[in-house]
Design a protein around this ligand. Structure first.
Ligand code: SF4
Length: 361
């Protein structure tokens, strides 16, 4: 018997919080089935048998970006052949087409850090979308984008967020957190928000009543200890604010990035273990998402047995992960998602961008 895992399991059964050492011991263990079983126990306790999904459209306004992050295959310079900028009309047209489905309720808006677009342009887009499609829920702008708006507008984080909320923003995605360790950020993404800035945006959003997600991009240059530290940082933020609604693990996709030749994609073993450890460490976050776009649907279904309770959505129009050569489809029908969730023995629960359940199947 593995006495270290026995002790961790005992803590879990008693509902006690796991320590950094426990997290490291879980990573050191190869008893994936047992770690998954522990995560599944905690998942059931925290979020029950519902699996959240939503009917949504991704809108990536532009891929032109001053970030130049080494792990990114999406952002590019204006001079690149693949550079694009969506016009306001083309955004509205795309949304109108997707909204022909009466179940389409959620927009997910994430983009590059455009070198010239003024902050007012983003405000105008949100206002126009909300005015044209008042019943859609708007989730948009990572902490990195918000810091970009702060820099180009000269306004404070709070003022920018208040103005976006007034324009129609209702929730924020979790991207840009990567690994909240500035020694890594300096090497991979020195041009964007620091760890402290990303956390301050989330903290301020929570204070203003906006729920945010949080992510972890893993499988590049970080150590297991830095992954655990990242989870502990998010857990401390959640203790403070309670405003994180969903955590998402993103396995790094090397294809078409500056790291393509030096790093290989993580194994499914690592993906499932990381999913389970995230569920176990983040004992105060309700939702753990298995993002099928990155994992593929079969592995996302498997991840539902390793602590996940959310599978994301139909995801029309995703560009960021597909730029890095992920093998999943560009979108899935709601019936495919419902059938996939049911096959795992769980209850599909359609939700809005704030995880409010609209209906179950
Ligand atoms: S990760 Fe975001 S900020 Fe970095 S290059 Fe890509 S789009 Fe730009």
């Amino acid at each position: 018997m593995d006495t270290t895992l026995d002790k961790i399991e005992e803590k879990i059964q008693k509902g006690q919080r796991l320590s950094k050492e426990d997290g490291m011991a879980l990573y050191a263990s190869n008893d994936l089935a047992r770690i998954g079983q522990m995560a599944d126990t905690v998942r059931k306790r925290i979020s029950g048998d519902f699996v959240y999904y939503n009917v949504n459209l991704h809108v990536n306004l532009t891929n032109i970006c001053i970030g130049q992050c080494k792990f990114c295959a999406f952002g590019c310079k204006r001079t690149s052949d693949k550079a694009y900028e969506l016009t306001k009309q083309s955004i509205l047209d795309r949304i109108a087409k997707a909204a022909e489905d009466p179940d389409m309720r959620n927009l997910h808006i994430v983009s590059g850090l455009h070198p010239d677009w003024p902050y007012e342009h983003y405000l105008d887009i949100i206002k126009t979308i909300k005015k044209t499609f008042p019943t859609l829920h708007l989730k948009g702008f990572t902490g990195v984008e918000i810091m970009h708006f702060v820099k180009i507008s000269g306004k404070s984080i709070e003022t920018v967020l208040r103005e976006l909320i007034a324009a129609g923003l209702e929730a924020m995605p979790g991207g840009g957190a990567e690994i909240l360790d500035d020694s890594i950020r300096q090497k991979l993404c020195p041009n964007k928000a620091t760890s402290a800035e990303w956390l301050e945006v989330a903290r301020t959003a929570h204070k203003l009543g906006i729920k945010t997600n949080a992510s972890m991009l893993y499988g590049h240059i970080e150590t297991k200890e830095q992954r655990i530290n990242h989870l502990l940082t998010l857990r401390a933020l959640q203790d403070e604010t309670g405003g994180l609604q969903t955590f998402i693990c993103f396995p790094f996709q090397p294809k078409n990035t500056a790291l393509e030749d030096s790093i290989t994609r993580t194994s499914v073993w690592d993906d499932l273990k990381t999913m389970a450890i995230s569920r176990l460490m983040l004992d105060n976050v309700h939702n753990i998402k298995a993002y099928w776009v990155m994992l593929t649907l079969p592995i996302a279904m498997l991840a539902l047995g390793f602590g996940a309770n959310d599978i994301d959505g139909t995801v029309g129009g995703e560009k960021i992960m597909h730029a890095a050569g992920v093998h999943s489809q560009k979108s899935l029908s709601k019936n495919t998602l419902i059938a996939a969730i049911k096959e795992t023995g769980r209850i599909p629960a359609e939700c809005d961008c704030n995880s409010n359940v609209i209906r179950t199947f």
